[in-house]
Design a protein around this ligand. Structure first.
Ligand SMILES: *[C@@H]1O[C@H](CO)[C@@H](O)[C@H](O)[C@H]1NC(C)=O
Ligand SMILES: *[C@@H]1O[C@H](CO)[C@@H](O)[C@H](O)[C@H]1NC(C)=O
Ligand SMILES: *[C@@H]1O[C@H](CO)[C@@H](O)[C@H](O)[C@H]1NC(C)=O
Length: 481
């Protein structure tokens, strides 16, 4: 045996020592599995020890049930090679179960019931061992919640009677003839927070309800004209014209035989004295206090007309005010004047306004130099005919005015007389003027100056008397002979 061989033996001996490398101690302990046979104090590397699942557990598919002694002296195995057996899903009619992890051996589940049911039994269950298998240690059930029989009432009855009343069942009451049902005719079996059956409300009452005929002064009953009213009947009111309804329009006959809310009142409403409206006058007289609904008529003063969209009729409203605003009549306007070859100096043509006219250069105003807008009938118009502007004719001249026998004129000899010049004639002593005393220089169609005709005449006063007496003298002569 050489030295090399001796060292090999030594190392082999060291490896074979208990607790040293190459040797495994007692096999591991698992909750879910145990060695299938008796165990030794130590095992050589590579030893595979078969395990079996403990009760309540079963081998996990595809995992090895062997535990192996590894070269670093530890035991190796597939993790969780046995798993808890499954308890069957519990069946709970009208209820449900809930779990936080799974339904395997050892798990705990809880139960609930749907509305109207309550749980009878333990509210939780655990998946436990039963012989070779697993099962739930308890299974509760869900039972319909019952109510006490519904309360009876006086002067009325239940429409139908059952032997038991469970959650959701409704019962209906009715009253004997002459009684009114106050409250809910139908109540149903429901539950409180502690899952006890209770009725949804108190049973109704059958009461003798009579409300008296509602009387509202200055008001009228719009709906019914019954001679008596019972529970729940409604009456609506309307007030007479000029009255405002204060309170509820509609009242209901209540269980205590009174109207609820209390009957309304019809309050008369008055307006004060009629409105003073500028440029308008009241038609006829009106008192200082008018009942709402009273209508007053106005008319517009001359030169004014009804404002567009306004009515001249003003009504007293329920809020004690008159329907119209302060303006009913509007000032009328005359037609805008136009002057050919001239201008109108103002632009206000409203009733009462005065306008003045001017002519352009070299034109002369003929007619009135101003006009005023005045009332005329229902409307307004200018008080004078509008003037015209005519071209000035400085070139039209008249010659010497004609001389007459026994008379003179004041035209100065030797001067030219422009268009429009006037001369006045007078007669010598003893002569009287016949015809007009003046003539005027006029323009002819040919733009020449010509004195107006006829010229006056001066007649002899004495000869005219003889001429006037002659027929009388002749008549006297004829009568004497
Ligand atoms: C031993 O070896 C195995 C596999 O080689 C390894 O998973 C494990 O962690 C090791 N144990 C120790 C204590 O070193
Ligand atoms: C009547 O029943 C309805 C609904 O069920 C409820 O809202 C009401 O409060 C009940 N009225 C009375 C007087 O109990
Ligand atoms: C003649 O007298 C009248 C009246 O007094 C006057 O209007 C007119 O201008 C006079 N005519 C002339 C030519 O002086």
């Amino acid at each position: 045996m050489d030295v090399g061989t001796a060292l090999l033996w030594l190392s082999a001996a060291l490896l074979a020592l208990p607790g040293a490398c190459g040797d495994c101690q007692a096999p591991p302990r698992f909750v879910f599995a145990e060695p299938s046979g008796p165990t030794d104090a130590s095992y050589p590397v590579g030893k595979m020890l078969r395990y079996r699942c403990r009760p309540g557990y079963t081998g996990d598919m595809g995992k090895s049930p062997y535990v192996t002694c590894l070269p670093n002296s530890t035991w190796g195995s597939d993790p969780d090679f046995c798993i808890g057996k499954l308890c069957v899903q519990p069946e709970i009619p009208n209820g449900d179960f809930h779990f936080s992890t799974n339904l395997q051996f050892g798990a705990t589940i809880s139960f609930t019931c749907k509305a109207g049911y309550r749980l009878v039994g333990k509210p939780t269950a655990q998946c436990i061992l039963s012989g070779n298998d697993v099962e739930w240690d308890s299974t509760p059930y869900c039972a319909l919640i019952p109510c006490q029989p519904p309360p009876g009432i006086v002067n009325g009855q239940l429409s139908a009677v059952h032997t038991e009343y469970t959650f959701g069942v409704a019962v209906t009451y009715s009253c004997n003839k002459g009684f009114s049902l106050v409250g809910n005719a139908t109540i149903h079996c429901t539950m409180d927070d502690n899952l006890n059956g209770i009725w949804s409300g108190p049973a109704p009452e059958c009461k003798e309800v009579r409300c008296e005929i509602p009387e509202v002064e200055n008001g009228k009953n719009l709906n019914s004209f019954a001679t008596e009213y019972t529970y729940g009947e409604k009456v609506s009111f309307e007030c007479a014209p000029g009255h405002a309804l204060v309170g509820a329009h509609t009242v209901t006959c209540d269980a205590d035989s009174a109207w609820k809310p209390s009957l309304p009142v019809c309050d008369p409403r008055y307006c004060g004295p009629p409105l003073r409206i500028p440029s308008a006058e009241l038609t006829g007289a009106a008192s200082d206090s008018s009942l709402a609904g009273t209508k007053l008529s106005y008319w517009c003063q001359p030169g004014f007309t009804t404002e567009s969209g306004k009515s001249l009729e003003v009504t007293c409203l329920l809020d004690r005010s008159w329907s119209a605003g302060s303006k009913l009549c509007t000032r009328q306007q005359c037609a805008a004047p136009t002057i050919r070859n001239g201008i109108v100096n103002e632009d206000n043509f409203l009733f009462g306004a005065t306008v003045t006219f001017s002519c352009n250069a070299e034109y002369e105003l003929k007619g009135s130099s101003s006009a005023k807008c005045v009332a005329a009938g229902d409307g307004v118009e200018w008080d004078v005919a509008l003037p015209s502007c005519e071209r000035q004719r400085s070139d039209v001249l008249c010659g010497q005015p004609p001389s007459i026998r026994n008379g003179v004129h004041n035209g100065t000899r030797g001067t030219a007389f422009p268009q429009g010049s006037v001369v006045v004639y007078s007669c010598n002593d003893g002569f009287t003027l016949a015809g007009g005393s003046t003539i005027q220089c006029l323009a002819t169609a040919q733009d020449r100056g010509s004195w107006s005709t006829p010229s006056p005449e001066c007649r002899d006063g004495a000869s005219s008397i003889i001429v006037g007496l002659l027929p009388l003298l002749l008549a006297m002569l004829v009568m004497n002979f």
